[in-house]
Design a protein around this ligand. Structure first.
Ligand code: 5AD
Ligand code: SF4
Length: 445
């Protein structure tokens, strides 16, 4: 290990979902123990790691173009080590090393703990690929410390057993594995100790969380919410087919659980839902949405929609548009279908042109923006509890934070970072609410 004075530097670029962000934090922790300090600037780093995503083709292309951009840096500094980890690495394995001559190291989603040793080998000139298949029996040890930030991410389960027809995740992240509740609670407590006030519990499908002792997700949520010093807990993501009435009850009953639910529908037509192998009908989905709205009328409901799944007709798409009207999503992530390796949908007939997919996506997003704006405008005059995170990216002199429903709230002020304040909303915008602080209600830790 190097002495701190001679510390080497690592730059980690993270793509994709929050699980990758969590893994990057763990990687930073492992590499710090191995003598590598974090560097913001890739040009000053001895080691550059791309933690990648392959859920959609666009995400994979971004990684390849980033790798292309690193070629000249490597030419100028031959000692530089470049590594690729995460889902694209898991998916492509040795092909990545073959296709990218200036790449030194490829490691999979279950190989984080091995990375320091692999980096040492790369430094000694040995190009390595290590992408062990994630197995149900193996569950990588994860972080106990993590960075001392106000908002912490904690992975509670990994992998997915659902095999939706379009999705590569079960192939790259492997089967579902839940971490023992005790270990999660320890990690949450350590993060709170280090300054965290809000925790996001992560999993591909948190509703199928079940630890070896039989603790299920509502019970885990209750236990996490009881960790002393923690103010807020949220989670993502929830598969509609497994969303139980007990989880909704727990969310509504626990004051510290944020009133925000991400419940991806993916499509509004029964025909497409069946082809996607989602395991629910439109009506079953809507019944869950109604249960959430009844239990948490102030809550925010989000979703994911894929447009242009193979065989999606104009009528199918019209049903997705009508779903938007019925649900009135508070926030929505929407994507054009793209073929992914290994998946069933890749072999389906009825692929749609780029033009059709682009037009449908545009129509969907325009309508959703109107819906979000209307919901935000209806909140004008209300008072929201906000956990203050820091200066807003846009808007000079504004601070930003999130409401209990996870909505972004901006307001004039300073020196309130890490506090809970009550903000009266004056203006609802598409991406945020604008207001003024009325009181500081920070609880005693
Ligand atoms: N094409 C387009 N979108 C996809 N997603 C997953 N796989 C695909 C694909 N092949 C979307 C889904 C999922 C989100 C993370 O990404 O909406 O919920
Ligand atoms: Fe992919 Fe479906 Fe699993 Fe979500 S539930 S990760 S969409 S296979």
């Amino acid at each position: 290990m190097s002495s701190p004075a001679a510390a080497k530097k690592v730059h980690i670029a993270t793509f994709g979902c929050q699980m990758n962000r969590y893994d990057s934090d763990r990687l930073a922790e492992l590499l710090a123990a191995h003598g590598y300090a974090l560097a913001e600037d890739p040009a000053s780093a001895d080691l550059i790691i791309l933690n990648t995503c392959s859920v959609r083709e666009h995400a994979a292309q971004k990684v390849y173009s980033q790798l292309g951009a690193l070629k000249s840096l490597k030419r100028r500094r031959p000692g530089l080590i470049i590594g690729v980890g995460g889902c694209l690495a898991q998916q492509e394995g040795a092909r990545l090393l073959e296709n990218v001559p200036h790449l030194d190291l490829v490691f999979g989603t279950d190989a984080l703990e091995e990375v320091p040793a692999l980096v040492d080998e790369a430094v000694r000139g040995r190009r390595r690929v290590h992408t062990p298949r994630p197995r149900r029996a193996t569950l990588a040890r994860t972080s106990v410390a993590g960075p001392g930030e106000l908002k912490a991410l904690v992975t509670v389960m990994q992998g997915c057993d659902n095999y939706c027809a379009y999705c590569v995740v079960p192939y790259v992240r492997g089967p579902e594995r839940s971490r023992p509740a005790g270990e999660i609670l320890e990690e949450v407590a350590a993060r709170v100790e280090a300054g965290a006030r809000e925790v996001t519990l992560l999993g591909q499908n948190v509703n199928s969380y079940r630890d070896p002792a039989g603790v299920d997700f509502p019970e885990l949520l209750r236990r996490v919410a009881a960790v002393p010093g923690l103010w807020r807990v949220r989670f993502t993501t929830s598969h509609p087919k497994d969303l139980s009435p007990r989880l909704i009850e727990t969310m509504a009953g626990e004051e510290r659980v944020m009133e925000q639910l991400h419940l991806p529908a993916q499509a509004g037509s029964d025909r497409v839902l069946a082809a996607m192998r989602r395991g629910y009908t439109r009506e079953q989905y809507l019944a869950k949405v109604r249960a959430f709205r009844r239990a948490m009328p102030q809550g925010a409901l989000g979703g994911d929609i894929i447009v242009g799944f193979p065989g999606e007709s104009e009528e199918d798409f019209a049903q997705t548009m009508r779903l938007l009207e019925e649900v009135r999503y508070d926030f929505l992530f929407s994507f054009k279908y793209s073929d992914r390796p290994h998946t069933v949908a890749r072999h389906l007939k009825g692929k749609l042109s780029e033009e059709v997919k682009a037009r449908r996506l545009q129509e969907l997003q325009v309508r959703q923006r109107q819906i979000t704006l209307a919901i935000h405008q209806a909140l004008e005059g209300s008072v929201q509890e906000v956990l203050v995170e820091g200066p807003a990216k846009r808007g000079q002199g504004l601070m930003t934070g999130r409401s209990r429903a996870g909505r972004a709230v901006n307001f004039p002020g300073e020196e309130l970072v890490g506090r809970l304040v009550m903000v009266r909303i004056e203006q609802g915008r598409v991406n945020s609410l604008l207001g003024r602080v009325v009181t500081d209600t920070t609880r005693e830790v």
